[in-house]
Design a protein around this ligand. Structure first.
Ligand SMILES: Nc1ncnc2c1ncn2[C@@H]1O[C@H](COP(=O)(O)OP(=O)(O)OP(=O)(O)O)[C@@H](O)[C@H]1O
Ligand SMILES: [Mg+2]
Length: 909
């Protein structure tokens, strides 16, 4: 999606022409009324087999969808622009409109047109909007990515004062297609990192928040922001609205929520109620999360580490795609969730690792589980569609197959010994809902199922006697039609006579024009009544045919009604069992993830990380999970490397590794692999290393110099500095910081100075574990002064003037970058390479390193206390110095007065 459509502006409401007028037709009157009740939406107005759009809606949709704009009748003397989409292809068009940021109100016919006609020739078919389609409230398979959640988010804010820093936010997120519902409270940084993690399809805010200039830049970065009137975010009614939605007396049953959390959660459910027009998706009660239990990763870090998407926005090439061996859509969504939200509690992480470990030790259970999962469809999404009245026969089948697969798996694994907690819990939930309707459902559904229920044909013959009867009658009548055709052909002598059917005429007799005379003149003349003459054909009706038609129609209607009744009965049973089905779906997903990660660990020789509450970070033989797999495909080996950021000698502050080395040596790869190993470990996966011991991280930061954000109006260097500032201000003793070539987007000395000061700050003030890659080789001299700074370099060999990359990280410092050699490898013209070599030689003669050495020795070390911004202007410094020099005890009154004058003069400048 391009930047312009990712903005926060509400989709432009398609303006109505100047109100209904006395000259509008009754149908147009109805249209105006419905349209007025649904402003800000494109109105899909059902007319027979089409959804039609009128006026400005039609113009917007025709342009967006590339479909023909036509006209229909006149309004106030002007043509009414119109376009339409066929009902059976509506999903596809909806998808495109939603992706462009539009909202769509779907207006259906609520009665049979025949019923309207019976009321009188002028009466209009009853219609109303049955649903608002918005990006955050989708459930259709065709509108969703099966491997990703689609979150609807609501942000509520409370301010202690006017200062932005005092704001507290609550974020509620619901995925109505799966039932997940969560709420969390925290500061602006938490809000941003949570939104980056969940990547909601739609974000709800109050009108007031939407208009707040402080939040505008942030809101602009989101996919779709929907401002809502104040009542949706009304704190006073929030708890009541939540309780009502879940049908409980009070929400205390779900835990203790702060006012702000209840407010955000209530905004979500109110919006769901309004867009689903009262139909309720099977949402789980809101789960309260806290920032302390999740590793915080801000959006720049997520993007930079390519956790779930590459910088180019694709899944392929991301860490997620490298580790995802799940077999079900629900498993795929869960592994993405876990990867996006690694844990911070060693016990909770161990619980997941135990499950994985168990699968690795029980290969039979692993194989059986994977085999059963392969047959398990998406229970959660089928359930949501059925509960919202949007389900089809295939959703019934999905529930049947999912529950059967789960039950079979629970039987298979029932005998297992020593199952760890996560597995045991999952096995328990696999048993599914009580009642034997699953077996009955199996007996009810036909082998081949149509996608929609509206035409019937999904109930198996033999399941319901009345249905079989109605169908027999219907089919029998069809045979009678065939016999009738043969008889008519015989009687009239027209061999090519056909009996056909369409929606306008019903059944009719059709012959080619040349034979029409024979029918008009046939003996039982009144039997053939002329109905229509086309270019080559003439059509007739007969009384016999009309009678037959009525019989067929009523039998078919009855059959359909019985089928729909059966459908509704099962849908009702399923909705009643929603909580248990959701439990089963969750258990299948959890088993899928554990089994998938075990499969990955076996396949790629990952090990179980040791996780505790220490400040250690010791990786032996670590590998980059994504680069390793990419190299494997190209046949190259990945060189494993160690990393140790543990505190020195029992201290509590982590170490910083300053990584130098030539271009292309593998610095960036090394930095990222350590961050990715930490993420994998804390999400509960084994890791690509020989051994890994990690004291849990609470925050992870990763920055690369030079990345544009021109869309947000920041230059390359500005982005780099804003992000670096965020790290230096936020990183604490439990954080891991990855800084890759910070300071390279500016003049050499500016960059060097910034990198230098940043390292000192990390060492003295943040005291975190950090990896810092740089081409400023002078910085390596800092290790002399900073106790916990360790120099590491990625080794290369020089051979006959060529560089050979070893990709080995070793203690020590690089003295050169071989940039010119790498440029040569890249194919820079020979003349440029030669000239560069000459210039380099000249420059190196002026050795800048010696200056740096001198500075390291002379400059006083960075003082952590200087973090508090003091009265910094030079004039202030001079005044303070002058004051300091005075000694009042030894001054005469006159000297004191003179000193006072002198100070005043100084202050004036
Ligand atoms: N440990 C390794 N084993 C094998 N190949 C590696 C290893 N590390 C890096 N490589 C290969 O080397 C390439 C360059 O690595 P990387 O981008 O990390 O270099 P760099 O030192 O950051 O270079 P620059 O200074 O130009 O940014 C990678 O794309 C990868 O193919
Ligand atoms: Mg690099």
């Amino acid at each position: 999606m391009d930047a312009s459509s990712r903005n926060a502006a509400p989709p432009s409401p398609a303006a109505l022409p100047a109100g209904p007028s006395s000259r509008a037709t009754p149908m147009m009157e109805q249209y105006f009324e419905i349209k007025a009740a649904n402003p800000n939406c494109l109105l899909f107005y059902r007319m027979g087999d089409f959804y039609e759009l009128f006026f400005a809606d039609a113009e917007i949709a025709a342009r967006a969808l590339g479909i023909a704009l036509t006209k229909r009748g006149k309004h106030l003397g002007e043509d009414i622009p119109m376009c339409g989409v066929p009902v059976e292809r509506a999903d596809e068009y909806l998808h495109r409109l939603i992706a462009l940021g539009h909202r769509v109100a779907v207006c259906e016919q609520l009665e049979d047109p025949a019923a309207a006609r019976r009321r009188g020739a002028k009466s209009v078919v009853r219609r109303d909007v049955v649903r608002l389609v918005t990006p955050g409230t989708l459930t259709e398979e065709s509108l969703l990515d099966s491997r990703r959640n689609n979150h609807l988010a609501a942000i509520a804010r409370a301010r202690a004062s006017a200062a932005a820093a005092d704001s507290v936010f609550a974020l509620a997120t619901a995925d109505i297609s799966t039932g997940d519902f969560r709420v969390i409270e925290g500061d602006a940084a938490l809000l941003a990192s949570e939104i980056a993690r969940l990547d909601p399809g739609e974000v709800l805010v109050s009108d007031a928040l939407y208009a707040d200039p402080e939040l505008a830049p942030f809101l602009r970065t989101l996919r779709q922001v929907t401002p809502l009137p104040r009542d949706v975010f009304d704190g006073a009614t929030a708890e009541r609205r939540l309780a009502q939605f879940f049908g409980v007396a009070t929400i205390e049953a779900f835990g203790t929520f702060s006012r702000l959390e209840a407010n955000a959660a209530a905004a979500c459910v109110t919006y769901i109620d309004r867009t689903q027009l009262g139909r309720r998706p099977p949402l789980s009660p809101p789960a309260r999360e806290t920032s302390r239990t999740i590793l915080q990763i801000d959006s720049a870090t997520r993007a930079n580490l390519e956790l779930t998407r590459t910088l180019g926005g694709e899944r392929k090439g991301s860490l997620l795609s490298a580790i995802d061996r799940t077999l079900t859509s629900a498993g795929s969504r869960l592994i993405a969730q876990r990867l996006s939200a690694p844990l911070t509690e060693p016990a909770a992480i161990a619980r997941r690792l135990d499950a994985l470990d168990w699968f690795m030790r029980n290969d039979e259970a692993l194989a059986q589980t994977r085999a059963a999962l392969a047959a398990a469809p998406d229970l959660a999404r089928a359930l949501a569609r059925l509960a919202l009245g949007r389900g089809g026969p295939r959703d019934l089948a999905a529930i049947r197959d999912g529950l059967s697969a789960a039950k079979a798996l629970s039987t298979t694994l029932s005998g297992v010994a020593d199952a760890p907690a996560e597995i045991a819990e999952a096995l328990d939930a696999l048993r599914g809902p009580d009642g034997d309707w699953v077996g009955e459902l199996n007996a009810a559904l036909a082998d081949q199922l149509p996608p929609a229920k509206r035409d019937g044909g999904f109930v198996r013959a033999g399941f319901a006697h009345p249905l079989d009867e109605a169908r027999a009658l219907r089919d029998e009548s069809r045979r009678v039609v065939a016999a009738l055709q043969a008889r008519y052909a015989e009687e009239t002598g027209v061999r090519t006579l056909k009996i056909r059917h369409n929606n306008v005429l019903g059944y009719f007799v059709e012959v080619s024009a040349q034979h029409a005379g024979k029918l008009s003149a046939s003996p039982g003349r009144d039997a053939f009544i002329h109905r229509q003459t086309l270019a080559g054909q003439v059509r007739f009706a007969t009384t016999e045919l009309a009678e037959l038609e009525a019989k067929i129609a009523s039998a078919a209607d009855r059959a359909l009604a019985i089928e729909l009744e059966i459908f509704d009965r099962f849908a009702g049973l399923i909705a009643d069992a929603a909580a248990a089905i959701r439990g089963t779906a969750g258990a299948l997903a959890a088993l899928d993830v554990a089994a998938a990660l075990a499969t990955l660990a076996i396949e790629r020789a990952y090990v179980r990380p040791e996780i505790d509450a220490s400040a250690d970070f010791r990786i032996e033989g670590g590998r980059h999970p994504v680069v390793e797999q990419a190299l494997l495909r190209d046949g190259g080996p990945f060189v494993a490397n160690d990393c140790d950021l543990s505190p020195v000698d029992g201290g509590d502050a982590g170490r910083i590794w300053l990584v130098t080395g030539p271009n292309m040596a593998g610095k960036s790869t090394f930095l990222r692999q350590n961050a990715l190993i930490a993420v994998l470990a804390q999400m509960g996966s084994f890791v690509p290393a020989k051994r890994a011991r990690i004291g849990v991280l609470d925050r992870l930061f990763s920055r690369v110099g030079a990345a544009d954000d021109l869309a947000r109006g920041r230059s390359t260097f500005m982005v780099e500095m804003v992000e670096t500032a965020a790290i230096l201000n936020q990183a604490g003793p439990r954080s891991l910081v990855i800084l890759d070539e910070i300071g390279r987007g500016t003049a050499t000395f500016d960059g060097l100075s910034i990198a230098w000061a940043a390292i000192e700050h990390l060492h003295e003030a943040n005291r975190c574990r950090a990896l810092f890659a740089t081409h400023f080789h002078e910085l390596t001299a800092l290790a002399k002064k900073l106790l916990r700074l360790h120099n590491a370099t990625v080794r290369v060999k020089e051979w006959h003037g060529e560089v050979i990359f070893l990709h080995e990280v070793a203690p020590g410092a690089a003295d050169r970058s071989y940039g010119v050699q790498v440029a040569k490898l890249a194919g820079l013209p020979e003349s440029v390479v030669e000239r560069a070599k000459l210039i380099l030689a000249e420059l190196e003669a002026e050795d800048r390193t010696s200056t740096a050495r001198r500075l390291i020795d002379d400059l006083p070390l960075f003082a952590a206390s200087a973090r508090e911004p003091g009265p910094s202007p030079h004039k202030g410094d001079a005044l303070i110095a002058a004051l300091d020099a005075l000694n009042p005890d030894e001054m005469s009154p006159r000297e004191a007065l003179e000193a006072l004058y002198a100070l005043k003069a100084k202050a004036r400048g």
